[in-house]
Each structure stands twice: as C-alpha cells, then as structure tokens.
Ligand binder design. Structure first.
Ligand code: 5GP
Length: 190
C-alpha cells in the first residue's frame, strides 16, 4: 500500500497542534509530522528542526527560487512552506501529516494529482468564532495586531472548509483527536 499525505488545516488557535500531538505517535497509524519552513520568529519553547525550520526571508526566498517547496504561502505577514525533500523522505517509510493553512492546502491538493499519492484532507473547526478568539488570546503568543490579523484570516478560512474531505469540530481536543484517528484508520487502509 502506498503511503498517504494527510492534510490538516483549521484557523489559527483552533488547537491543531494539541490534537495532532495526541495521535502522532500511535504506531498503528505510522505517520510522521512534516516540519515546515517559516520566516516567523520562534515562540518560547519552539526549536529549529523540531517545530519548524526557522529561516530568514532571504533564505526562504532562495528556496522558493530553487523550487524546493511543494507549496508555500504568506500568512499573517510571514511565509510558511512545505519542503519537497521533507515530504519525499517521510513518504519512503510512513504516511505524512501536513499541518498547513488553506492556500497551501489548495496547492498541495492540485499537485498530489501528479504525485500518484493518495491524500486525506481534514479541516478542524472551532465551536464558534468567540471561542476561537478566546483561545488565541489565552495562548498569549501574539500581539493584539497579530491576533486581529489571525482572526480575519480565520473568518476567510472557515468559508473555504468545503474543499476538505472531512470537517472535525474541536469541542474537546481528545474527542476531536479520536474522531481523526477513526478517519485515518479507515482511510489509511483503503
Ligand atoms: P503558526 O504561526 O501559528 O505556527 O502558523 C500559522 C499558520 O500557518 C497555521 O495555520 C499553520 O497551519 C500554517 N502553516 C504551518 N506550516 C505551514 C506550511 O508549511 N505551509 C502553509 N501553507 N501553511 C503552514
């Protein structure tokens, strides 16, 4: 069976990382997380090569020009991208999970058609926009200006959720993670 690409999106602050962390090490799923490149500065506790490859703008642009990215996008004034090398390495042995925003997901979906790999796409939604705003604020990682930008992006992204195969409500992280595990167990064995 060919290894698959799993795309997980959802507005900033919805809890994607928390949910993914609950099943990423499940040996039955055999998935690895694709580490993205970004020009965003590391948050407290984030490390280069684990959470992201943190690059300056010049290095990121070099990689764009080298055609190193499967997809990349601007999000809240920073660039984020999935490295082809990362994906190709992981796909040799495992399924790969891409935690990316919507513009990137659209690019990947269009490209996978030429890659001969199946994919599963999941969009995680918050119970409502007020709850999302509360989570973004409680996280305490962003300035007021960035919170506003991320909320505006969230509203745009929520309108595009129909391009995904599955929509999962994050009313509770463990419940949402279990729902995703069920989807993956079913889809990865197809
Ligand atoms: P954050 O700054 O909160 O880590 O990420 C901001 C947004 O960028 C999130 O929606 C996250 O899913 C998305 N993101 C992270 N890595 C990538 C990537 O490689 N490509 C794209 N298109 N989006 C990404």
């Amino acid at each position: 069976m060919k290894n698959k690409i799993i795309i997980i999106s959802g507005p900033s602050g919805v809890g994607k990382k928390t949910i993914i962390d609950q099943f990423i090490n499940d040996p039955k799923l055999n998935i690895k997380y694709s580490i993205s490149a970004t020009t965003r500065k590391p948050r407290e506790g984030e490390t280069h090569g684990k959470d992201y490859y943190f690059l300056d703008n010049q290095d990121f642009v070099k990689k764009i020009n080298n055609n190193d990215f499967l997809e990349w996008a601007e999000f809240a004034n920073n660039k984020y991208g999935t490295l082809k090398s990362e994906i190709n390495n992981i796909l040799k042995t495992s399924n790969v999970i891409l935690e990316i925003e919507v513009q990137g997901a659209v690019q990947v979906i269009n490209q996978i058609k030429n890659m001969n790999n199946d994919f599963i796409s999941i969009f995680i939604v918050p119970p409502n926009i007020e709850e999302l705003e509360k989570r973004l604020r409680n996280r305490n990682t962003e300035t007021e200006e960035k919170i506003k930008l991320r909320l505006a992006k969230a509203k745009e992204e929520l309108k595009q959720q129909d391009i995904y195969n599955y929509i999962v409500l994050n009313d509770n992280a463990t419940r949402a993670a279990n729902e995703i595990v069920d989807i993956l167990k079913k889809s990865l064995n197809e």
